[in-house]
Design a protein around this ligand. Structure first.
Ligand code: ATP
Length: 282
């Protein structure tokens, strides 16, 4: 079975404003878009080697994938997205061909962007191989992702050919990445996507509040203060649980709006996934 039909996704209509906070991430990605279409003459005034590979890293559920989607929507670049694991679920040789075809098509329709989500699944450390070697042995392989990784690195190394193509990747396990991937000229622009800080959490709660039936007792500032350490995904989970609780009350003939108590219970019941070890990571 071929997974090629999965590769060219239509960008979901996520916009920068849908992401609460993360201003420096948005700034870096906007710059990446501009750089990809900048003339070589201008680039040479500012860069020895303009960045072309961007790695979004940080704990799970904190808007890495969203940021890539917003970049695609807002830039209008032709968008190719692939999950690392999808490339491994192919027959031997097929994933390498898929990667080469991906870059080829991205070049054909440039300006464009390629997004490798969960890149750690194909770019985990090549255990048993010397990291000083830039060309991994081709005797490994079958399911290990080594050949896919080699193909990816080869594609990234052709600089001229990649003009007009932004290559973006995301991982929540940066320590697991093969260092070869992070060398200059490859994914050498590291963008940390942190857990939402207090203003970002307030923005996420406010976004949800604007769309839902909220009781006047809902205090967004306090919710933001009370959710230190929660990911954006978990905050959305808290809001979803509060919505269910309010709906049940409404269905039983009670107060229809989402109340502060619903959200507070949501916070108490929401498990936190982010641990200290997941922060920064490099
Ligand atoms: P993973 O590493 O697990 O793939 P991720 O960092 O790619 O996670 P996303 O998939 O972008 O995370 O985010 C998951 C969901 O969490 C989003 O669909 C969105 O609902 C919510 N979310 C996370 N961060 C934010 C944010 N800053 N503003 C609004 N929603 C957010």
């Amino acid at each position: 079975p071929s997974a090629m039909h999965d590769i060219n996704l239509k960008p979901p209509p996520i916009r920068w404003d849908d992401i609460g906070g993360q201003e420096s991430v948005k700034l870096s990605l906007r710059r990446a878009v501009r750089l990809s279409v900048e003339s070589p003459e201008v680039l040479s005034r500012y860069f020895d080697r303009p960045p072309k590979g961007f790695l979004l890293y940080g704990p799970p559920g904190c808007s890495k994938t969203m940021a890539a989607q917003a970049m695609a929507t807002e830039s209008g670049l032709n968008f190719f997205a692939v999950k690392g694991a999808e490339l491994l679920n192919m027959y031997v040789g097929e994933s390498e061909r898929a990667v080469r075809r991906l870059f080829q098509r991205a070049r054909e329709v440039s300006p464009s962007m390629i997004f490798f989500d969960e890149i750690d699944s194909i770019a985990g450390q090549r255990s048993g191989f010397s990291h000083s070697s830039s060309s991994p042995s081709s005797s490994g392989g079958s399911g290990s992702g080594i050949n896919v990784l080699t193909t990816l690195l080869n594609e990234m190394d052709g600089f001229e050919a990649l003009h007009g193509v932004v290559v973006l990747a995301a991982t929540n396990r940066p320590q697991a990445l093969d260092p070869a991937l992070l060398r200059p000229g490859r994914f050498d622009e590291l963008i940390y996507v942190s857990p939402p800080d207090e203003p970002a959490r307030r923005a996420i709660f406010s976004q949800v509040a604007a769309r839902r039936a909220m009781h006047a007792d809902v205090d967004v500032d306090r919710l933001a203060r009370d959710t230190e350490g929660y990911s954006g995904a978990e905050i959305k989970g808290i809001c979803a649980a509060a919505g269910v609780a309010a709906y049940d009350r409404f269905a039983a003939g009670g107060e229809p709006a989402i109340m502060m108590q619903d959200l507070e219970r949501g916070i108490r019941n929401q498990k936190r996934q982010i641990t200290a070890g997941m922060l920064r990571g490099f």
